[in-house]
Ligand binder design. Structure first.
Ligand code: ADE
Length: 430
């Protein structure tokens, strides 16, 4: 059931799949909160201090139970948040319903929405004239710079969650066209070292196993791309007993993959031996016709990069005589030569399409960065020229400190002697 309401009978604003799911959504949001102690800490402080009082935020993020906890912290800090999905397939409909109905957050997100509706939803989060944008993939920034330039003067700053979005923003900035300052949350150590590596590692394997229920032990598992996401996926696949092959285009990460114990080879060679393929490069057409031409029948193809451009599905369709759905999020392409290739989650993010995205414990740190960077923008925007900024070091360090404390882990501090030693050049060979 699709419900659209604009302050209607139910008194909510948004476009969600099913109002009846709201109670389930609340439970899911509260379950995630148990693993998000850093966000809980920030939320309590925000409620007291109101650092975002009256700030209009347009958020375009995956609508999950973890995102809901971020949105509620922003709201408690005084922000007026509107939320749209950052991917047509990643929305958790129960969470969207809870946000719109139980928490009064205008939410525009339906799992499986068409591309046209996805874009309509982006327009809707701009309707209140945002002062802060919060993006995951830079689609809101792109929309503002293409067709809603009228809103740019009112925007103080923004944040960007993911590698792909940061790449797009840097391209916009290189052309001198980026109109406001944006903090690249992805670049924080407490973001990419944990979310991209352990989050993508676990959730990608989760998506593949939920969709297919295949045994990974003994399979040849090909990971395309050895950035932080690729490292996480490769390590977790090895942990489940797969023989892992890595493909790369850059020499340094390729060398690291070799020394981390993985086989490294060109994608077309890997294509001939792989049972399962995962793309995590952030680039287009990583798996393309030359690879499809040599893949084994039954090979499984999945993507965990931000956009659904890494597996060339139009090229695969052109090689195919038919396509059929075998299970939810599992489609078989039957090729003219009789082979079958299996694509998961329509080539979209398999971890969010076929599973629930990263576990709450890592999103706790990613979203703590989002919340604290929103606070930073409100306080500092008048001193920031348009451009792409790193997360301030003190925010990154504070999040690591809070997370360790929440985990009950204590660490040592330097003695006065050690401090002196580290700041001297005189001390050397004794
Ligand atoms: N990106 C990856 N996993 C996510 C999650 N659980 N919530 C929001 N964004 C995500």
């Amino acid at each position: 059931m699709t419900t659209r309401a604009r302050g209607g009978a139910a008194g909510f604003l948004g476009d969600i799949a099913d109002q009846a799911l709201a109670a389930e959504g609340v439970q899911r949001i509260e379950w995630a909160a148990r693993e998000m102690p850093v966000m809980a800490h920030i939320r309590r402080r925000f409620a007291e201090q109101q650092p975002l009082r009256g700030t209009r935020v347009a958020a375009c993020l995956h609508v999950t139970s973890e995102t809901a906890n971020l949105v509620l912290a922003l709201r408690d800090g005084g922000a007026e948040v509107r939320l749209a999905a950052s991917n047509p397939l990643s929305t958790q409909d129960a969470v969207a319903a809870a946000l719109a109905i139980k928490y009064g957050i205008p939410t525009f997100a339906i799992k499986g929405e068409s591309t046209a509706r996805y874009h309509q939803h982006l327009e809707r989060v701009l309707e209140h004239g945002p002062q802060i944008t919060m993006d995951d993939g830079a689609d809101v920034v792109a929309l503002l710079h293409r067709s809603r330039r009228d809103l740019l003067p009112g925007i103080a700053g923004g944040t960007e969650e993911t590698t792909t979005g940061v790449v797009r923003l840097r391209a916009l900035a290189r052309q001198g066209k980026l109109a406001y300052p944006i903090v690249a949350v992805n670049e924080a150590n407490t973001k990419h070292l944990f979310d991209n590596r352990y989050g993508t590692g676990q959730s990608t394997l989760d998506g593949i196993t939920r969709a297919t229920n295949i045994l990974l032990a003994g399979k040849t598992f090909v990971v395309c791309g050895y950035g932080w996401c690729g490292r996480g996926v490769a390590t977790r696949a090895r942990g489940l007993g797969a023989q892992v092959v890595v493909t790369e285009v850059q020499p340094l990460p390729a060398l690291e993959a070799v020394m981390d114990g993985f086989r490294v080879m060109p994608v077309v060679e890997a294509a001939a031996i792989g049972d399962i393929f995962v793309t995590v490069t952030g680039d287009v057409n990583v798996l393309d016709t030359p690879a499809f031409a040599v893949m084994k029948s039954g090979a499984i193809l999945a993507n965990s990069g931000h956009f659904d451009a890494e597996i060339n599905l139009p090229a695969l369709a052109a090689l195919s005589e038919s396509k059929r759905q075998l299970r939810p999020f599992v489609e078989e392409y039957r090729l003219a030569d009789g082979r079958a290739l299996v694509v998961l989650a329509e080539g979209r993010l398999v971890n969010l399409g076929a599973a629930e995205g990263h576990p709450a414990s890592v999103m706790d740190m990613s979203f703590a960065n989002q919340a604290l960077c929103a606070e930073y923008i409100v306080a500092e925007h008048s001193r920031l020229a348009p451009g792409v900024y790193d997360v301030p070091r003190h925010i990154d360090d504070e999040i690591a400190r809070l997370k360790l404390a929440a985990m009950g882990v204590t660490i040592d501090t330097l003695t006065a002697d050690q401090e002196r030693y580290l700041s001297s050049w005189e001390l050397g060979t004794a």
